[in-house]
Design a protein around this ligand. Structure first.
Ligand code: N01
Length: 542
């Protein structure tokens, strides 16, 4: 009992928030250092985004084997069934981790972290939850991803609708039967495209409200043969793939081509584009393409034109051709995230599927029975909001985490988003966050990024323990330097030209600024580790 008769506040060495990839990899590393580690998860199961994102068709856009933790003890006896895993399969994978690593004793579910304050006397964070409980921890590690704060646009009259409304980010866990229903959907990002593809054949009508066309790429999905996968494991292919992820810009197994667009003749270019987009599929056309494609507008035009030509062959309706693959693209190719598709253009081309461009026909109001534009009222039974997230910064900024000067993270980011190396911040000692702002985050394969960041945090805490440090804090100069580097990397690309969530431009009125590190994974991880190797350079230590 405490001195006032109050129960003693419990204490752990490490408190992690969220139970997804980042949390599990850091848990396993830090408990091996002999630390007590607890995970608080607000949902009822692990999986992170794969717990919340269970809308129809939700699946990952990174291929096997790299969309998993690279630990042999995990992958040696787990085999994915498809090249690109769907959410039920990913949940099965998380169950596997739980069992294999005996994770259960570390995780508390239905624990919603509300806020935290740093106790300068104890060099510990005091973390509080919505159930009124509190806990002290020396190291505080939010692993809440870049997409945990959903975004609903202020469409007039939204609450008037008397049918069912679903946001893709919080889809009912028990599923929704949309067969034979009249459905409207706002949004055609990664979530929206997957929903359309899955439900488009089943609904009576499907009306899509599109603001920006998604320049989708063929996924080339296939079932995996378990025997073949066993052979790949035995041959060292999995280890090679994980190792290759260390050497590339985005933490995938492949990197940008060595050549520039106009190094090739038009015929060679055509062949190269075809190989990447049609034969190999996946993100190759984006991340394995000419190295100037995301930097040079003329080079980018070549990529767009080939993409458009290929896609137009799959769409018969001329109006849909215009809306889905316009002659003049609204942004350079690949500066918004292309979705991977299986047969999206065939689904969209059907007569019962209508596309309404909200730039030409804004939604004037949602009524009790449907959505009205100047084209008239479309009556529907169900409205799907596939409108995304207050991405990258929204997850952390929504928590009431107070720095040593009393300001919250949202306060710290009032003038600009600022972090030191996308992993820590001045005024927030002993706190590391994974897969957040100003890291390679949305420009990387998720598990690669979180694991490399976790390796750094592990190394940092290991050294801190050896050096008897109980308080570490990023220096202001380190943060300023990182923000400068963020801008330098960003400004030379074509990314600033797109109204994308990569730079906060998906939400009207939000500040537009680079939110993801555009300098590549290798430079990123080198910078992290150099700061330690140079004697905690850029860090205050005590
Ligand atoms: O969100 P989004 P998401 N009126 O922001 C539109 C990851 N993820 O949930 O493009 C009309 O991409 C908005 O239009 P615009 C992945 O990194 C991965 O789809 O901003 N439309 C857009 O079309 C992904 O990129 C996977 O002009 C409005 C859509 O809503 C990220 O999460 C699967 C509007 C929002 O799309 C986010 O994906 C799912 C308005 N007022 C998610 N406001 C896979 O790995 C917004 N929109 C496959």
């Amino acid at each position: 009992m405490g001195s006032m008769g109050e129960p003693e506040i419990p204490e752990v060495d490490v408190l992690i928030v969220g139970a997804g990839f980042g949390a599990f990899t850091i848990l396993n590393r830090l408990r091996k250092l002999g630390l007590s580690v607890t995970i608080y998860e607000k949902g009822s199961e692990s999986g992170g985004i794969w717990y919340w994102n269970c809308y129809p068709g939700a699946r990952v856009d990174s291929d096997t084997p790299i969309y998993q933790l690279f630990d042999k003890e995990l992958w040696e006896d787990f085999t994915f069934k498809e090249r690109y895993a769907g959410w039920p399969e990913l949940r099965r994978y998380f169950k596997h981790i739980e069992k294999k690593w005996d994770v259960d004793k570390h995780v508390e579910y239905h624990k919603h972290v509300d806020g935290a304050v740093f106790d300068e006397k104890r060099h510990q964070w005091l973390v509080d939850c919505s159930d009124g409980s509190e806990i002290y921890c020396r190291w505080f590690i939010p692993c809440i991803g870049f997409a945990s704060r959903r975004y609903t646009p202020p469409v007039p009259g939204l609450s008037n609708f008397t049918g069912d409304t679903y946001h893709t980010a919080v889809w009912p866990q028990h599923g929704v039967n949309l067969k034979g229903k009249r459905v409207a959907q706002i949004g055609t990002g990664a979530s929206g495209i997957q929903v359309i593809q899955e439900i488009g054949d089943k609904t009576k009508s499907l009306t899509i409200y599109q603001r920006t066309p998604n320049f989708c790429l063929p996924m080339n999905q296939r079932k995996l043969d378990p025997k073949e996968e066993e052979e790949r494991k035995a041959n060292g292919d999995y280890e090679k793939a994980f190792n290759d992820c260390r050497k590339t810009f985005s933490g995938f197994t492949y990197d940008f081509a060595e050549k520039n667009t106009f190094d090739d003749s038009p015929e060679e270019r055509e062949k190269f584009f075809h190989k990447l987009m049609v034969e190999q599929g996946g993100f190759r056309y984006w991340l394995n393409c000419y190295k100037d494609m995301l930097f040079d507008q003329k080079a980018n035009d070549e990529a767009y034109n080939f993409w458009r030509k290929t896609v137009l062959k799959r769409i018969k309706n001329p109006e849909k051709q215009r809306l889905l693959a316009p002659e003049v693209p609204p942004h350079p190719w690949g500066t918004k995230r292309p979705s991977l598709e299986q047969r999206i253009y065939e689904v969209l081309d059907q007569d019962h599927v209508e596309i309404i461009d909200v730039n030409e026909n804004p939604i004037e109001e949602v009524t009790a029975t449907g959505l009205r534009t100047k084209k008239g009222l479309v009556e529907v039974d169900v409205l799907i909001l596939a409108t995304g997230f207050d991405s990258v910064t929204g997850s952390l900024a929504q928590l009431n985490i107070q720095g040593i000067n009393g300001g919250t993270i949202a306060d710290h980011w009032k003038g600009r988003t600022q972090t030191s190396m996308g992993i820590a911040m001045p005024e927030f000692p002993n706190m590391f966050f994974l897969y957040g702002p100003q890291a390679p985050t949305a420009f990387s394969n998720g598990p690669t990024c979180t694991q490399f960041q976790a390796e750094f945090v592990e190394e940092f805490i290991k050294r801190a323990l050896a050096d008897n440090l109980t308080r570490v804090e990023a220096k202001k100069e380190a943060e300023d330097d990182w923000c400068k580097r963020m801008n330098e990397k960003w400004d030379v690309t074509l990314f600033p030209k797109a109204k994308s969530w990569y730079q906060g431009a998906n939400i009207p009125g939000r500040r537009v600024e680079p939110l993801n590190w555009a300098g590549g994974m290798v430079e990123y991880t080198n910078t992290l580790h150099e700061s330690l190797d140079n004697g905690y350079q850029g860090w205050h230590t005590a």
